[in-house]
Design a binder for this molecule. Sequence first.
Ligand SMILES: Cc1cc2nc3c(=O)[nH]c(=O)nc-3n(C[C@H](O)[C@H](O)[C@H](O)COP(=O)(O)OP(=O)(O)OC[C@H]3O[C@@H](n4cnc5c(N)ncnc54)[C@H](O)[C@@H]3O)c2cc1C
Length: 456
Amino acid sequence: MLGGCSSMNYMYYVRGNPYDYDNWASITNDDTWSYNNVLPYFIKSERLQDPNIWNTPNAAFHSSEGYLGVTKQYEKRTNKYLQAFSELGYNVVLDTNGNYTLGFTEPLLTMANGYRQSTAKTFLSPIENRSNLYVLKHTLVTKINFDEYNSAVSIEAIKENKEKITISANKEIIVSAGAINSPQLLMLSGIGPKKHLEDLNINVIADLPVGENLQNHISGISTYALEKIPEQSKNPHKYPQPTVMGFATMSNLQVYPDYQSVNLIVDSDYLLENCAFTNSFKKEICNTFYKQAKGREVMISQTVVLHPKSRGRILLRSINPSVHPEIFTGYFSDAADLENLALYIEHVNRVMMTSYFQGVNATFLIPPDCISNEPDSEEFWRCYALCMAMPMNHYIGTCAMGSVVDGRLKVFDVQRLRVVDGSVIPNMTSGNTNVPIIMVAEKAADFIKAENSYSH
Ligand SMILES: Cc1cc2nc3c(=O)[nH]c(=O)nc-3n(C[C@H](O)[C@H](O)[C@H](O)COP(=O)(O)OP(=O)(O)OC[C@H]3O[C@@H](n4cnc5c(N)ncnc54)[C@H](O)[C@@H]3O)c2cc1C
């Protein structure tokens, strides 16, 4: 849809850690992507509407002038949970989007005045009357055409009424179809792994590792039933539920986080919906959890492995652009990811020892498949992590900087073709991906303007 996943995501505003971008700079051998050089672009797009952060030193990391409205959640119900995490030694902070990103907090959200800040609403709507902008909705781009010098010259597309059209480019073509479909489109157009393209009889324009290096965050859900609460009437439009978000390490010496902890404070009905619908866990798990949690406050805790080592890939299934590509997620293909997920979930589970959790006789809900494992054993935590594993929606890496595109996001070995979306991110950031991708787009806009400074 217009605005892509930003039009349906959970709206957490998370930039990641300075280390992430210094790592991109070293992968691409291009200092443009170092933290100091990307920070101005995070700031540029933001319109922070929070009175409290402005009164702290972290104000230096924010702006009130960009297109993207950002607010912070304040909910009294999170206090006792923040207190519990503080007892475990985590810092409770106002903002995790400055230089120091560790600690627990209520999240910043890409919401303003109660409205979702999708990229369509925030960046396109204000300029919809510009004469040099034309948006074709419900139109599938099927191919990029190249001339004899390997310059991208036009695209082919199919409109909603099935009309086929060709659109020529005077200057360049920018692909922003996301980490699943950008590699699909490049491969359909002859840019990709030579052998794979030849197997499908696609004329090879450039032999590049398109579709490889697919990354996503993997997480695990743990559920806690807490104090008894009265039945409440619910407002289905209210978003989000009270949330405590944290970024934590396993070592006190480290400044970048190993895991993210997203804790929703809900009731048992929400738990059932979240378990069965949002996360599609097995019926037996959801029924067991619901029975134990009925009538109690519930903390749904999502522990995210921030630096997964597993890699997947995207391959074409067909030369028909309407056929979805094949997605090999590769989850847990590197054994360290399952080991770390189990470790991090166990680390968060120390929350059971805190005074609030002890005081209300909290119950840690265990999926039936793991009941027979010795409690607290390595097998138990591995079983728990496997039963309750949940991929995030943070796909990146399939047209990565350094291997498919250069530091200015131009596709290697061809001309006049750029990719600007999550697929160019070479290595996962320490958090959700929407805002890092918006930063990439802000930088791309400056690259394009600088390269066209003498054109109209
Ligand atoms: C359910 C969900 C929850 C999430 N929650 C959060 C969150 O809370 N915070 C956060 O930071 N991130 C979150 N994310 C991740 C974040 O939203 C995405 O990483 C980001 O929006 C991806 O941006 P993108 O531009 O790379 O790709 P996309 O958003 O996927 O955009 C690609 C666009 O290209 C279009 N397209 C694809 N192929 C073609 C084609 N051939 N022709 C024409 N158009 C095409 C698609 O329709 C889409 O509009 C979430 C994602 C999901 C799905």
